[in-house]
Write a protein that binds this ligand. Structure first.
Ligand SMILES: Nc1ncnc2c1ncn2[C@@H]1O[C@H](COP(=O)(O)OP(=O)(O)OP(=O)(O)O)[C@@H](O)[C@H]1O
Ligand SMILES: [Mg+2]
Length: 387
């Protein structure tokens, strides 16, 4: 029999190696309380070391609207980037979908916070709580110890040094021992299945909640990029403002987002037109309840200004593209990723306006996360990852 004593963060263990089996034993209570696994004696050291200091590898798409965590090659967490905090103590009350349900319904003791604005961390404390909390949401079997975390986190391509540092610091404070970062359009391209290291140019337009990122990628690097802080959140704000101005109805952020998802459009004429969406809320003047049916045509008008700005940014990025790469892009088309890619008629509108094919990536909401997950598996190979 071989006895080893291990002192870990929270526990004091004696490990017994007996008859080719490993037991964990508490001598104070004289009880063997955990049968761990039958093992071969030669593997004792490596087994115990592996058991008590294992590394968990995760990929995080830290988005303004949604945070996604990839673990073991699968989506383990997909939650809105929202936390609910106690207003007095700043203690965490809820995270993700639960916190989102509290948005706009807070009492004086609770506040809901979106830690990211315009693609970057705006509230450092809330961001750290959110990352830590979401990592804890990863479904796991035997959670005996906090693992060491090796992680790849994505960042907007227009991030400043300070913004990159904020992501790195938050990730490290949330338990990351080895933190790598990847630019979002690069992650999106990998997630779409493009060979980013090939000598062929490709263009990605990622329309998220906070930023629209346009990037040309070739030979494993970003050749040119443009990032504007007009994206899904701004379309939602346009709808809040429009409903008040045109229909005299007060709507919150959540209702406006539902209007966008149900009847949002980038064109006033659609082949697959959705039915009108009935919006309920208080009258701005009288505070009496009212119902307004909204058509996709009027939402297309209301979103026109913001979509035009996105279009102008794409055009500017095209202008900056070197001619050889431009030819590649024209040949294979431009890929649309992010939740904004799902806006009805956007691909068609851009295709007609710019005379280049715009195609929506498969499952555009998860393209960046998928690519970040692939980057995690290729940390040694992908030289474009930042440390
Ligand atoms: N069907 C839809 N039509 C239009 N917009 C949609 C649709 N579904 C989701 N969205 C919008 O997509 C945005 C979220 O997209 P995504 O999850 O890609 O953003 P994010 O990665 O969190 O943000 P960012 O990359 O800017 O930090 C939200 O603004 C949401 O309202
Ligand atoms: Mg995103």
């Amino acid at each position: 029999m071989q006895i080893k004593t291990l002192i870990t963060e929270n526990y004091f263990f004696h490990l017994l190696h007996l008859e080719n089996s490993l037991f964990s034993c508490n001598f104070a209570t004289r009880k063997i309380f955990l049968f761990l696994h039958p093992i071969k004696s030669t593997k004792f050291n490596s087994y115990t070391m592996g058991l008590f200091s294992f590394t968990q590898e995760i990929a995080i798409d830290l988005g303004t609207a949604n945070t996604i965590i990839i673990y073991n090659g699968k989506i383990a967490v997909d939650e809105p980037s929202v936390v609910a905090l106690d207003r007095r103590t700043d203690k965490l009350i809820a995270i993700g979908e639960k916190a989102r349900q509290m948005q706009g319904k807070e009492n004086e003791g609770i506040k809901t916070v979106r830690p990211l604005r315009d693609g970057v961390i705006a509230d450092f404390y809330a961001a750290e709580l959110m990352i830590r909390g979401m990592i804890k949401m990863i479904p796991q079997k035997n959670r005996l110890f906090s693992p060491q975390l090796k992680m790849v986190v994505c960042i907007p391509s227009g991030s400043t040094e300070v913004e990159i540092r904020a992501v790195r610091d938050s990730s490290e404070h949330a338990g990351g021992r080895e933190v790598y970062m990847i630019y979002e359009p690069m992650a999106a391209a990998i997630g779409i299945g493009i060979d980013v290291e090939a000598p062929t140019g490709c263009m990605i337009v990622d329309i998220g909640g906070g930023t629209t990122e346009i990037a040309v990628i070739s030979l494993g690097g970003i050749v040119s990029n443009k990032s504007i802080r007009i994206a899904g959140d701004d379309l939602t704000s346009d709808i809040v403002e429009y409903m008040g101005r045109m229909h005299n109805i007060k709507v919150g952020e959540r209702t406006a987002e539902l209007i966008k998802i149900n009847v949002g459009a980038a064109l006033t004429e659609l082949e697959d037109a959705p039915e009108d969406y009935v919006v309920r809320g208080p009258n701005r003047m009288t505070a009496l309840p009212m119902e307004v049916p909204v058509s996709y045509q009027e939402i297309a008008h209301c979103l026109e200004k913001s979509i035009s700005k996105m279009e102008a940014a794409i055009l500017a990025a095209m202008e900056q593209t070197p001619p050889e790469l431009y030819a590649d892009i024209v040949k294979q088309g431009v890929y649309l990723a992010g939740g904004g890619a799902l806006l009805r008629g956007l691909d068609k509108r851009l295709t007609e306006k710019l005379n280049i094919l715009f195609r929506i990536a498969d499952d555009p909401l998860h393209a960046v996360a998928r690519g970040t997950g692939i980057a995690l598996k290729n940390i040694d190979k992908f030289s474009f990852l930042l440390r």
